[in-house]
Design a protein around this ligand. Structure first.
Ligand SMILES: C[S@@+](CC[C@H](N)C(=O)[O-])C[C@H]1O[C@@H](n2cnc3c(N)ncnc32)[C@H](O)[C@@H]1O
Length: 266
């Protein structure tokens, strides 16, 4: 069970749900996103290509949700896997999934990593998490906490919404981004926007609000924490190319929904 400290709202009538708390409300729907083309053929492929060998490495997954990515790391032979998430329901779902006794799941806020996760790691990941940290200062805290949790030479790979995406982008990849700002074709630094999630049959499954950070904002926080920074364009897995065909992905490659930031601790 998660600590009482992290009891999050359980109904949408909660007066003001913070962006980072939305996943408590949609935990059951969110499981469907594990099956999405984007997750399986793009996000995971991009993260795993950036990380290289996982076998015998220790991995911390920040904002692990229902543990989908932790289970992938387990399958790839990681020596220790810890998943942390602020949502008690997400952690509960993670614990009930396969391999749950091999992976350590912790409920807590990533702004408090030092106190809630023991030890250091070869790899830290955060997949689609940083766009939900609406307080800019907290984004800096999390990135610097991650730096402290890494061994020397360790890598932090984070998947974020492409800060430079041109809207509207195609919904055929299972996402629709809606700018809430004045310019409906770009999302400004620190601007809130809406993400609609669709299943592979193009049925809408849920929506979230998120915040956009510019490349410059991310870079500043990574450098300030002590990382060297590299941006990585998303790549489609061999299976994704085979199943959907190269042409299917062309629009995505031209205007990707997501990008990866790789931070290395020298
Ligand atoms: C879009 S979901 C991604 C889940 C998982 N990484 C995946 O890709 O399946 C974002 C997750 O980040 C978690 N989260 C957001 N802010 C957090 C914070 N400050 N500390 C820990 N977890 C956080 C949310 O509860 C949610 O489960």
């Amino acid at each position: 069970m998660c600590s009482d400290k992290f009891k999050l709202p359980t109904t949408s009538s909660f007066p003001r749900v913070m962006l980072k708390e939305q996943f408590e409300l949609i935990a059951n729907q969110y499981v469907k996103r594990n099956k999405s083309l984007l997750m399986n053929y793009v996000t995971l492929n991009t993260v795993l290509r950036s990380l290289g060998k996982i076998k015998n490495k220790s991995v911390l997954d920040v904002g692990c949700g229902n543990g989908y990515v932790c289970r992938k790391f387990y399958a790839l032979g990681a020596s220790r896997i810890v998943g942390i998430d602020i949502s008690p329901k997400q952690i509960e779902l993670a614990k009930h999934s396969a391999n749950n006794n091999k992976i350590e799941y912790v409920c807590g806020d990533a702004t408090d990593l030092k106190n809630i996760v023991k030890g250091t790691f070869d790899i830290v990941t955060s997949i689609s998490v940083l766009n939900y940290i609406e307080i800019k200062k907290e984004l800096g805290t999390i990135i610097s906490n991650v730096f402290d949790k890494l061994n020397d030479g360790g890598k932090f790979v984070s998947i974020v919404v492409n800060p430079d995406i041109v809207l509207p982008s195609s919904t055929k990849y299972g996402r629709n981004l809606i700018s809430l700002g004045v310019d409906r074709t770009k999302i400004a630094d620190l601007e809130e926007f809406k993400i609609e999630f669709f299943d592979n049959a193009q049925e809408k499954i849920f929506e979230t609000k998120a915040i956009n950070y510019s490349r410059k904002t991310y870079e500043e926080f990574f450098l300030k924490a002590g990382f060297s920074v590299k941006w990585i364009q998303p790549s489609i897995s061999t299976e994704g190319l085979k199943e959907m065909g190269k042409q299917f992905w062309e629009e995505f490659i031209a205007n990707p929904y997501l990008v990866a930031i790789e931070g290395r601790k020298k």
